[in-house]
Design a binder for this molecule. Structure first.
Ligand code: CA
Length: 441
């Protein structure tokens, strides 16, 4: 199962990497995520008491109330599984005795906002001068730690700093909910109990082992915590005790934080010495059907297709393979994505997020802004329009899966097929024009 890191980018941008992982979001960037109500300001807010927008039978107000009433019984049912992981009865009891479900999480889990931001809006918000300046400050402050971590893990310091900056604005926006309570709630209430039971059990293991104190394990509604937003299961796989004090403290120990994040990327396939990818200029003659994450080619093949790096520099590793991402259609920039982009996508499976991390890393290193403009004049489709777009594509016989308003790789591919058949450049961009054309057909 894919990690459910705090995906702060709306599902409209999430790649089809397994819908479950791409659909968990959190509340660190109200209004930026496009996934929660802008008024959401944290744990103090009460549950709305309304049926969830997903329509899932476990998300109706009645089902949520019933699950909340059964919360103590649910925790008792989970106890044998905890015992199977060497959680002591004493610890389980003390950890859960005072727990009550945080039902506000149900609103956050099922929130489906009408309006979302464009790809370029996310990049503007996540990669900006203050974030670059703060990142450079941290790079300098922890230079020796970064030296040691690069030596030990072979993962570039700029990418780690960029994850730190994008995930939590360097630890300043990491959520305000106790992870134990959030994961216990999600393990007993709502539509993803099986998934979150594992996160809850992992949280108990972390706390019993003493890696973190409960009051320091604070995070998003989905249980992602610390400056680089580890989920409890990801913590178990990747966290390391780099400062050798006996605790893996990814919240308050900078060496543990930096090394654990590096270890995560390394285990997810980070290739030392390579970039995540490159902004490229695409010739208008290109067959856009090639812009497909399932069709990687060596960079020198892409050069043969007429693609060049924006800014004109050569590709340092022309034999490395890459796929072409054109997130905003023929009017916007293209990107050739290499293995390290895939590693970032495993960290958080949303394209705009992963691109923001890659770009912020480049900027921290002293690189330039993207050269080409985004089609900022394009209007972003509302949720109803996205649903309509998918339904129209499905009616015309294109495979979009279950229309859900989330525009991923599958919808993009369906749009490409539609555009190709209509004799247009098949760039796969879900523009208002494409919707208009589908309506009149
Ligand atoms: Ca430590």
């Amino acid at each position: 199962m894919l990690k459910t890191r705090s995906t702060l980018v709306a599902a409209i941008l999430a790649a089809a990497l397994g819908g479950a992982a791409a659909q968990d979001r959190d509340d660190r960037y109200p209004g930026v995520t496009g996934s929660i109500t802008p008024s959401s300001s944290g744990a103090a807010q009460e549950w709305s008491g309304a049926d969830g927008a997903s329509g899932h039978p476990l998300m109706t107000a009645a089902a949520i109330r019933q699950a909340a009433a059964n919360f103590p019984a649910c925790l008792e049912r989970i106890w044998p599984m905890a015992a199977g992981r060497s959680i002591t009865r004493e610890f389980y009891q003390s950890a859960t005795a005072q727990l009550t479900p945080d039902l506000r999480i149900m609103d956050l889990m099922d929130n489906q906002p009408e309006f979302t931001k464009s790809f370029w809006d996310y990049l503007d918000i996540l990669v900006n001068e203050p974030r670059i300046a703060k990142g450079r400050e941290l790079l300098e402050k922890y230079r020796k730690t970064f030296d040691a971590v690069e030596q030990a893990y072979g993962v570039d310091r700029y990418i780690i700093t960029a994850i730190w900056g994008v995930e939590s604005n360097y630890g300043t926006l990491g959520g305000d909910r106790p992870v134990l309570r959030s994961t216990a709630t999600l393990a007993c209430v709502g539509r993803r109990q099986n998934y979150f039971r594992e996160e809850f059990l992992s949280t108990l293991e972390i706390l019993q082992r003493g890696d973190l104190r409960p009051d320091r394990m604070i995070g998003s509604w989905a249980g992602a915590f610390g400056p680089t937003q580890f989920m409890p299961t990801a913590f178990k796989r990747f966290a390391v005790d780099f400062d050798h004090d006996g605790r893996r403290d990814v919240v308050d120990s900078i060496p543990d934080l930096i090394a654990s994040t590096a270890n995560n990327l390394k285990k997810d396939g980070w290739v030392n010495g390579q970039s995540w990818g490159y902004e490229v200029v695409i010739p208008t003659t290109l067959n856009f059907m090639l812009a497909d994450h399932r069709r990687p080619m060596p960079l020198r093949e892409w050069e043969r297709q007429g693609l060049v790096r924006a800014g004109g520099k050569p590709f340092p590793h022309p034999d490395a393979t890459a796929y072409l991402l054109v997130p905003a259609g023929v009017q916007g920039p293209g990107f050739l994505m290499m293995a390290n982009f895939t590693a970032i996508m495993k960290y958080n499976p949303a394209e705009a997020y992963a691109l923001a991390i890659g770009h912020l890393a480049d900027r921290l290193r002293g690189g330039d802004r993207f050269v080409q403009d985004w089609p900022r004049y394009e209007r972003v489709l509302t949720r109803d329009e996205r649903l309509e777009l998918q339904q129209l594509l499905a009616r015309h016989g294109y495979d979009v899966g279950d229309p859900d308003g989330h525009l991923g790789a599958r919808t993009r591919s369906a749009i490409r097929d539609f555009q190709a058949k209509a004799g247009q450049i098949p760039d796969g961009f879900a523009s208002a024009t494409v919707l208009e054309q589908l309506r009149v057909r």
